[in-house]
Design a protein around this ligand. Structure first.
Ligand code: PMP
Ligand code: GLU
Length: 396
């Protein structure tokens, strides 16, 4: 009898973390890997945030913090939501967790009953689908394509929502497509949500990395605001992925349920990282905007370098730090005596042939695409583009 639970066995390994692991192992073996697989800023944490963390240690923030987060941190989060996003949450509606990933898992466990449907537009972020399944919910996928910038239409949304829908979950700006919905586009979706009594989870972790307009929070629409769960955190905007702080603003009953779940699994999030994140948000500095500007330059550079490559169909993503090209034109071709049958094999080929790590789109619900992260230096991006061009040129 196998000893590992079906629950653990049936869970897919995170494709983003898997590629990062494989790339890391090859690097350790001395291979000259360029990693465009993991979605994390390559910048250092701004100095004022580091100083706040050091101060927190000296101030002896060494005890268990309150389960939903320090009250003054939750107040700062409320102010951030109010001033930047037009969202009115009270501190009781905020729960701070160990990264936005943890926030999302809390939400799934707090709202999804076995058999409940959870609607996910594809591409969805890898972990959403596994979380839904872990909570014994049923994922309902809305397909999109590069031709529509991977955005769903109100008609598609209407077709996917049903009386069994417990929640809709999306990221905006989107990981992996980089798409960002305009206020008008969101408003059209709100017209559909108005008719369906489900929770709407708006993952805004890439909020500050938006190249078109300030990000619009779904929760600012009056008609649905009581059902919106807003997810955010410091990982992306402040380059603090390793500090593991995420948070939600949610209807009171959801916030309470998330805190209860968290109280049994992890207790409150790391005390020092919370104190530093409080200062990160309260005293937000120009660095956040500067990092965003650098990402924009890199996006344009990489699009310019990759566009001429045959077989890569690109769009211009409006946010985050990913390109999500359609590579269906390359599937079925061969190189080095091996046929490339799917995007997983294409990513393996790129890793083996030119040592560039990317992530297969099937993990995001899009088997025609691959994800290329441009959270890397210009120099590395130029070198990666050269290598990709050379390797894909071998396919026939
Ligand atoms: N949501 C999305 C869309 C993400 O891309 C990620 C991962 N970066 C997360 C949530 C989780 O972020 P965190 O590092 O705060 O757990
Ligand atoms: N979210 C990032 C990504 O999509 C980090 C990895 C992860 O947490 O899955 O690459």
């Amino acid at each position: 009898m196998g000893k590992i639970s079906d629950r653990a066995k049936n869970m897919a390994e995170s494709a983003t973390l898997k590629m990062a692991r494989l790339a890391g192992e090859l690097k350790e073996q001395g291979k000259d890997i360029i990693s465009l697989s993991l979605g994390e800023p390559d910048f250092n944490v701004p100095e004022y945030i580091k100083a706040a963390a050091k101060q927190a240690i000296d101030d002896n923030f060494s005890h268990y913090p309150p389960v939903p987060g320090y009250k003054d941190f939750r107040e700062v989060i409320c102010n951030k939501f109010k001033n930047e996003n037009g969202l009115n949450y009270t501190p009781e509606q905020i729960v701070v967790s160990t990264g936005a990933k943890h926030s999302l898992m809390n939400i799934m466990l707090a709202v999804v009953n076995p058999g409940d449907e959870v609607v996910l537009p594809a591409p969805y972020w890898v972990s959403y689908i596994e979380m839904v399944k872990f909570a014994e919910g049923k994922p309902v996928i809305i397909d999109t394509s590069i031709e529509t910038d991977f955005k769903i239409t109100p008609e598609q949304l209407k077709g996917a929502l049903s009386p069994k829908t417990k929640a809709f979950v999306f990221s905006n700006p989107c990981n992996p497509s980089g798409s960002s919905y305009t206020k008008e586009e969101l408003s059209a979706l709100v017209e559909v949500f108005k008719e369906h009594d489900c929770y709407i989870v708006s993952d805004e972790i890439y909020e500050y990395i938006n190249f078109v307009e300030p990000n619009t929070s779904l929760g600012c629409f009056e008609e649905i605001k009581d059902r919106v769960i807003t997810v955010n955190g410091v990982s992306k905007g402040f380059a603090m992925t390793g500090w593991r702080i995420g948070f939600i603003g949610a209807p009171l009953e959801v916030a309470k349920a998330c805190a209860k779940v968290q109280g049994q699994f992890t207790s409150g999030a790391n005390a020092i990282a919370q104190r530093a994140s409080l200062v990160a948000l309260r005293d937000k500095k120009d660095e956040v905007k500067k990092m965003r500007d650098v990402f924009l330059q890199r996006r344009d550079l990489l699009i310019e370098l990759l566009s001429p490559i045959e077989g890569l169909k690109l769009n211009v993503p409006q946010g985050a730090f990913y390109l999500f090209p359609d590579v269906s034109g390359l599937l079925g071709k061969s190189a080095n005596g091996k046929k490339i049958n799917n995007v997983g094999e294409l990513c393996e080929f790129l890793l083996e042939d030119c040592m560039v790590a990317t992530t297969p789109g099937d993990a995001f619900g899009c088997p025609k695409n691959i994800r290329i992260s441009y959270a890397n230096s210009e120099e590395q991006l130029k070198e990666a583009a050269k290598r990709i061009k050379n390797s894909l040129g071998k396919l026939s």
